[in-house]
Design a protein around this ligand. Structure first.
Ligand code: HEM
Length: 441
């Protein structure tokens, strides 16, 4: 059985959606309340959870009806081009994102243990090195597209290092992944093939010779992942990390350079980078609607009757922007609301992701302190798609800096880590990351 077609289902595709999703959420909220019928692609329907409390109920599995296993939904999908596009992001894989219960706990333990082994000071150094090398490419020109020239390459170059490959290899990963995600036809197929070749060769190399890197930690984790499961852990790390990470960086910068309260902070510290990041996580969370859940039985959920195995998408973006009455100081999420999710599947990499974004942005603004948008923020172009809220371009101008200029520049910073005090780049966190394998003590 598929969802009954509703003529007023919201469309999560098309120009109106891409340019102004908040108007779509507002209209759906007015018509349907906390759960609304939508189409994520022509012919592919879903329930969009747009109420904050309803979103928390799904994420915390209230009533025990929610599953991450997409297979029962997948087999009933209509055979349409829209379905093909939806499956790219929703087809089942044997990893942490699509599993429940004991399987999920096993995969999740590997992810959290290994992510926690990334040492913040090493990660910060990597991000500074990568950020400076990207800034060097455009610093002398006085203008840049910070989405394509800065925010998007950073996560993949950093992941490439974290996974245990030299920076020189990152170009291969970047072009494979870009082709896989964005090219169609033969180029897309070549990208997919190159991407899996990169991962397979990486795994082979690390089985033969371990290093101090994420891939080796996945392999050696005591839960004993199979080779296929190691591959899945790498795939989900890159897939879950890359796009939202790039979006978080560009969405945050776009706020800082277009709002006077943040604009001032570039020079005199009115509001901090961290404030801008929290605001981006709340108002424009990168994983805007990528909270797929599936019903295990029929349920009357906040007034909507949902059949078994239907697709329910938690809209972090809509839930976060629903007016609530809980003052920020009483929140345990510090103001990021559901930006990193909640419950059993909450992002296990929220801390390193925050550190990467903060470090990259502070590096950029410390070198280029008078960044300004070349078009009003309302006219910025967003990438299409139902799931991720991400800028296509972020055109800025600034006073050019040259290699021979006195003072610190992206060319002169030889020991970058010392110039960015840790208290400026890491948000408050209860405990520091582990410094050795938790299973080795
Ligand atoms: C270092 C970069 C990142 C990595 C490696 C990463 C990894 C992951 C993984 C493995 C999961 C699945 C967890 C599970 O199912 O138990 C996940 C979930 C999630 N991540 Fe991240 N992530 C990263 C960055 C981000 C960023 C920047 C955002 C957005 C601000 C984000 C938002 C989320 C959300 C909302 C979920 C929950 C999805 C759900 O409920 O199904 N992540 N992340």
């Amino acid at each position: 059985m598929t969802l009954r077609y509703l003529p007023d289902a919201g469309k999560l595709y098309g120009p109106e959606w891409t340019s102004d999703p908040q108007s779509v959420y507002a209209r759906l909220r007015g018509r349907h309340g906390p759960v609304a019928p939508v189409e994520i692609a022509p012919g592919v329907q879903a329930h969009l959870v747009i109420g904050y409390q309803a979103a928390v109920d799904v994420l915390t599995n209230a009533g025990g009806v929610w599953s991450k296993d997409s297979r029962p939904w997948q087999v009933r999908l209509p055979d349409t081009p829209g379905a093909g596009a939806a499956l790219g992001m929703l087809a089942h894989r044997t990893n942490v994102l699509y599993s429940d219960g004991a399987d999920h706990a096993r995969y999740r333990k590997v992810m959290t243990d290994c992510y926690n082994m990334i040492q913040p000071h090493k990660l910060r150094e990597m991000v500074i090195e990568v950020s400076d090398s990207l800034i060097r490419r455009f610093a002398a020109t006085g203008s840049a597209d910070l989405a394509t020239e800065f925010a998007r390459p950073i996560p993949l170059r950093v992941f490439n290092l974290l996974l245990g490959r030299p920076d020189a290899d990152s170009a291969a990963l970047i072009s494979a992944l870009y082709d896989m995600m964005e090219a169609s036809g033969e180029a897309g197929a070549r990208g997919t093939e190159a991407y899996y070749r990169y991962i397979t060769e990486l795994i082979e190399a690390k089985y033969a010779d371990r290093g101090d890197d994420l891939t080796s930690w996945f392999i050696d984790h005591p839960v004993g992942l199979s080779r296929q499961e190691v591959l899945e852990a790498l795939v989900v790390t890159l897939a879950a990390g890359f796009d939202p990470m790039a979006s978080l960086i560009s969405n945050t910068i776009s706020r800082m350079v277009s709002d006077d309260r943040y604009y001032n902070s570039l020079s005199n510290g009115a509001l901090s980078t961290y404030d801008a990041l929290l605001e981006a996580l709340r108002a424009e969370p990168p994983m805007a609607n990528y909270g797929p859940y599936f019903t295990t039985r029929a349920v009357d959920f906040h007034g909507t009757w949902i059949q078994p195995a239907e697709l329910v998408l938690v809209s972090y973006a809509a839930a976060n922007t629903e007016p609530t009455h809980l003052p920020d100081e009483l929140r345990s999420d510090g103001g990021a609301y559901l930006g990193f999710g909640a419950g059993a599947h909450r992002c296990p990499a929220a801390d390193p992701a925050t550190l990467i974004a903060m470090t990259a942005i502070e590096r950029l603004t410390s070198h280029l302190s008078d960044l300004e948008l070349t078009v009003p923020r309302e006219e910025l172009e967003w990438r299409p798609g139902p799931f991720i809220r991400s800028l296509a371009h972020l055109p800025v101008r600034f006073t050019p800096i040259r290699p021979d200029q006195p003072g610190e520049s992206p060319w002169s910073a030889q020991h970058p880590s010392s110039s960015t005090p840790s208290d400026q780049t890491s948000p408050a966190r209860p405990a520091d990351y582990a410094t050795s394998a938790p299973w080795s003590s």
